[in-house]
Design a protein around this ligand. Structure first.
Ligand code: ACO
Length: 319
């Protein structure tokens, strides 16, 4: 059986920055309220003509450069997104064309904010089975398109961006284990229920969220899944070099870290700069911590995420 290993990371944030102060000018909110409850100071917003695959493209190019490999080596592209360019083809196929790749498989995964962990788990299994040798695993989102900018309960939380990793077959892990869960009974606490039928949008096309229910579920399931991941390897929080959580909210991140007995300096936090970028947030945070030298070869990295579905998951990775 082959193992998979992350050999390069890349990310991209669109140029336009929307600060909490900017939001104050058109929504009844304040920098203090947003920062105190979420840790977010600003978020990036895609240009009108930028779709999710446009954000994914530079993230992938940077990841391939960091890995030192060309597009000819890639035989699998998995894009985690809830804001696809169009209903079909998949954002992965559209990205594949932009990258100039014509070989291998390409498909999307939809697990909302847990999407990157789901995509990593899927690509890992493709590599472990021998089906693929080198995958681009991508999280790319344009959540700004599905936000009601007059709803202060949701619009202050999210942003646009993309991150990618190159996952390559090797003789040792790499990805040590992945842990995925879903419980559709909780679908109504976080959703974008609208769809298209007979040429019209049917239902609300914007994000709806019961914030406190999501918060309570998030801290519960994240503690469970991170403990599950560590227990499988006989590890404890203190054995982890870095936790790279889904960047939704510092209070969720810090509560999970505390439950695992992690020190604050073992946790990568980037949410202050880009808000909740859904499936893109883990690879954005990974890339930041790799490029600034925090994550080093040999380090043990624990990723965790929860999102609409509800879905949740964790991945334990030896760098
Ligand atoms: N600015 C100012 N006031 C606001 C804002 C805002 N942006 N949003 C809500 N309020 C008001 C509410 O209207 C309410 O006012 P009221 O008391 O007069 O009715 C008051 O603030 C308190 O509202 P709550 O919803 O109770 O606020 P809470 O303390 O729960 O914080 C928050 C809201 C930040 C959303 C919190 O519930 C939370 O963090 N939930 C987790 C949600 C999350 O992270 N979702 C991301 C997607 S899921 C994921 O990625 C894990």
């Amino acid at each position: 059986m082959a193992y998979s290993r992350i050999i390069g990371t890349g990310s991209y944030l669109p140029d336009k920055v929307l600060s909490n102060r900017d939001l104050e000018t058109f929504v009844d909110t304040s920098d203090e309220w947003i920062f105190e409850r979420t840790g977010i100071r600003s978020r990036h917003i895609a240009a009108d003509d930028q779709v999710s695959s446009d954000l994914a493209l530079p993230a992938c190019q940077r990841a391939l450069d960091a890995a030192g490999i060309g597009t000819d080596a890639v035989d699998l592209i998995v894009v985690a997104t809830s804001t696809p360019d169009m209903i079909f083809p998949s954002t992965a196929s559209l990205l594949q064309a932009k990258l100039g790749i014509t070989q291998g498989a390409a498909f999307d995964i939809q697990a909302v904010c847990s999407g990157f962990v789901y995509a990593l788990a899927t690509a890992d299994k493709f590599i472990a089975s021998g089906q693929s040798k080198c995958a681009l695993v991508v999280g790319a989102e344009t959540f700004s398109r599905i936000l009601d900018w007059s709803d202060r309960r949701t619009c202050v939380l999210f942003g646009d961006g993309a991150g990618a990793v190159v996952l390559k077959a090797g003789d040792e892990p790499g990805v040590m284990s992945t842990h995925l869960h879903s419980d559709g009974r909780y679908s109504s606490i976080l959703r974008t229920p609208g769809t298209i039928a007979q040429g019209k949008v049917v239902g609300n096309p914007f994000v709806e969220m019961e914030g406190q229910s999501v918060f309570k579920m998030a801290v519960r399931v994240l503690a469970q899944v991170t403990r599950e991941a560590l227990a499988q390897h006989g590890l404890r929080g203190e054995n982890i070099d870095w936790m790279v959580p889904h960047q939704a909210n510092v209070r969720i991140i810090d509560t999970t870290a505390e439950k695992l007995g992690l020190r604050s300096d073992q946790v990568v936090r980037t949410v202050q700069h880009h808000g909740n970028t859904s499936a893109a947030s883990i690879p954005l945070a990974l890339d930041a911590a790799v490029r600034d030298g925090r994550i080093q070869p040999g380090h043990l990295v624990l990723m965790e995420a929860v999102g609409g579905g509800l879905t949740w998951g964790a991945a334990l990775v030896r760098w």
